[in-house]
Design a protein around this ligand. Structure first.
Ligand code: ADP
Length: 600
């Protein structure tokens, strides 16, 4: 069941992003709608004055007053228009920032959750392609404000007309014509609403398709190298053409429907206008209205009808938009379970943090098999633990649970006697420096990347970059730490190779200076010399931190105190390199032999 207050809730939240916007816009709307009514009124006065043969001075005075008021209103209106545009920019920026921050602060498992990804995709699709959601709501509310202003102006000015009509002996005819005018307008409103509802459903389909097309073209650009090597143009052209044809088909259907639904609306609206003209002409002929009033009253009646029609149209538009707003609100309403803990993580300079995995199992959402099965392991302070195993054996998942990107499905992870869920989430995360296998560098200056912050300590960042093996390349960076990485936002940006990027990621991990350092395949992209260099200085790099190290190159695990061998989500062996190698029936021996034969 749809929540009745959806629009109200969304409007309150949207308004909160920049509370000055709607009052400023409201004032701008009031001013821009004042002039047409004022001008109608003054024109009628001038025509009547001329018709009645009043003095030239009087007519000039009326014309001058009209001009002056218009001039003043236009100047203020232009200023308010500028202020409204400016504050709309702030409102939209704040709204986008809030959405972006929501995504950044989501629990990691939620970020990956297909349902939540779908929700986010829908919001982007609705707002970019169909302008549904908060943008549509804003436009409807602004339209509604304009229509309400017009309605109030028309009603105030029409009171005079109705009182003149009621003074004649043709009261009933006037009332009948008014009823016919309103009746035709009401039918026009109904047909318009029905049409819009039907058409909006069609636009949904077209929006989905366009997003598909965008993703498709973005994807094909990214795979540019493969496209060329495998000569995929023909295949891709065919797929693109299929999408285009389908899009065209939906688009034509929407245009056809729009035309068909607009016919009754146009006919009925004109009919309503015709009744308005009839009323005014009739009462002018019998002398109930002064001659100049023809323009005035026809204008007011037209304005009245349009404003009523507009109000219903906007209300209909808001109704159609409700489901899009629901999606938007649903996204902001997602609760972050990871942030429930409140226990402070003790700050210890001696690094005395012990982490224990107690019978931990974990299954990814939507998967039918556990990625980790009954893991029992304790991390001793200051030790170097290597984690090895085949692809898909659960090594990265283990790291993700350790860093609390996920919580176990079964069992518990314990830090210094307490379940990690009890700790303040941010403080817990601060215990870890990690170089993930699929780490990300940002397209911002090198210094920002290393410090992961707006400011950096020059000496420290440079020292750690050198320690991570980036020293020689650093000397060639044109602006040192100020050098932007990649060219996404800056033409002077520097593209770094995979190996160089990995070194920067390592320097970033070291800069954080957390008691635990986790390196997931930290040398996968490095050349053999750089790799050897890192191993030679591993102790210096890691210092007295507790280090967890994942690698496929077993020779690089020899310097670790313990090696945990993962297989099928379980730890099947644990020991030093020598101990594990002594077990010739074990998994480690098998993996070692498989690699060693190439070096023999
Ligand atoms: P490793 O790091 O040892 O290569 P992973 O921990 O990445 O292994 O993966 C362990 C298992 O979990 C694999 O079967 C993999 O397919 C599965 N897996 C990894 N990530 C996800 C995910 N996000 N959703 C579902 N299954 C996943």
């Amino acid at each position: 069941m749809r929540n009745k207050n959806v629009t109200w809730r969304a409007l309150k939240m949207y308004h909160g992003f920049h509370p000055a916007y709607f009052p400023i816009k409201g004032l701008a709307i009031l001013l821009s709608n004042f002039s047409p009514y004022f001008n109608l009124w003054m024109s009628a006065e001038i025509v009547t004055a001329l018709y009645q043969g009043r003095s030239k001075e009087e007519v000039y005075l009326l014309a001058a007053a009209t001009l002056l008021v218009n001039l003043f209103v236009r100047i203020v209106e232009a200023f308010m228009g500028w202020a409204a545009k400016n504050s709309l920019e702030i409102l939209e920026n704040n709204q986008e920032l809030a959405f972006y921050n929501k995504t950044l602060s989501l629990d990691y498992d939620k970020l990956e959750d297909p349902k939540i990804r779908q929700l986010r995709r829908k919001i982007v699709e609705n707002s970019w392609i169909n302008s549904y959601g908060v943008v549509h709501m804003r436009l409807q509310i602004e339209g509604l404000m304009a229509d309400l202003v017009k309605l109030v102006f028309s009603l105030i000015l029409m009171a005079e007309m109705v009182s003149l009509m009621m003074r004649t002996s043709f009261q009933w005819l006037g009332l009948l014509l008014l009823a016919l005018m309103f009746g035709a307008a009401a039918l026009a409103i109904i047909s318009d609403n029905v049409g819009n509802r039907k058409i909006s459903a069609q636009w949904d389909k077209s929006g989905e398709l366009m997003l598909w097309e965008n993703q498709f073209s973005a994807g094909t650009q990214l795979q540019g190298m493969d496209n060329r090597i495998y000569r995929q143009q023909l295949l891709l052209n065919k797929l693109e053409k299929q999408l285009n044809d389908e899009h065209l088909r939906i688009f034509s259907a929407v245009c056809k429907k729009s035309f068909l639904y607009s016919v009754p609306n146009v006919v009925l609206s004109r009919l309503s206008g015709l009744f308005a003209c009839l009323i005014v002409c009739l009462y002018c002929i019998i002398g109930a209205f002064p001659i100049g009033s023809i323009i005035k009253y026809v204008g007011y009646l037209e304005g009245l009808m349009n404003s009523i029609k507009g109000i219903f149209l906007k209300i209909g538009g808001l109704k159609i938009n409700e489901r899009f707003l629901e999606t938007w609100l649903e996204y902001f309403d997602i609760k972050n379970d990871m942030y429930q803990g409140s226990l402070a993580v003790e700050k210890r300079s001696d690094g005395q943090y012990e982490i224990l995995f107690r019978n931990v199992s974990f299954r990814y959402a939507g998967s039918d098999e556990d990625a980790l099965k009954h893991i029992n392991l304790s991390l001793r302070v200051g030790e170097r633990l290597a984690v090895v195993g085949m692809n898909g054996s659960g090594k990265t998942t283990f790291i993700k649970l350790l860093c609390r990107l996920y919580d176990p499905t079964e069992g518990e992870v314990i830090l210094n006697d307490f379940n990690v869920r009890k700790y303040d989430y941010r403080q817990y995360l601060e215990l870890f420096s990690v170089v993930f296998q699929d780490y990300n560098l940002l397209s911002v200056p090198l210094g920002n990347n290393v410090a992961s912050a707006a400011q950096w300590d020059q000496e420290r960042a440079e020292r750690l970059l050198r320690q991570a093996g980036f020293g020689e390349r650093y000397e060639k960076m044109p602006k040192g730490l100020e050098t932007p990485l990649y060219k996404d936002f800056d033409e002077d940006g520097v593209n770094v190779s995979g190996g160089e990027a990995q070194k920067i990621a390592l320097a970033r991990a070291l800069y954080r200076d957390a008691p635990f350092i986790i390196l997931d395949e930290p040398t996968a992209a490095l050349d053999p010399i750089a790799e050897a260099e890192i191993y030679a200085r591993f102790d210096e790099i890691v210092g007295d931190r507790t280090a967890i190290y994942i690698s496929h190159r077993l020779s690089s695990c020899r310097f670790c105190d313990r090696i945990a061998v993962f297989d099928g989500g379980r730890i099947v062996q644990m020991g030093t390199h020598e101990e594990l190698l002594a077990d010739e029936g074990g998994r480690y021996y098998e993996l070692w032999q498989a690699q060693a034969q190439y070096y023999a």
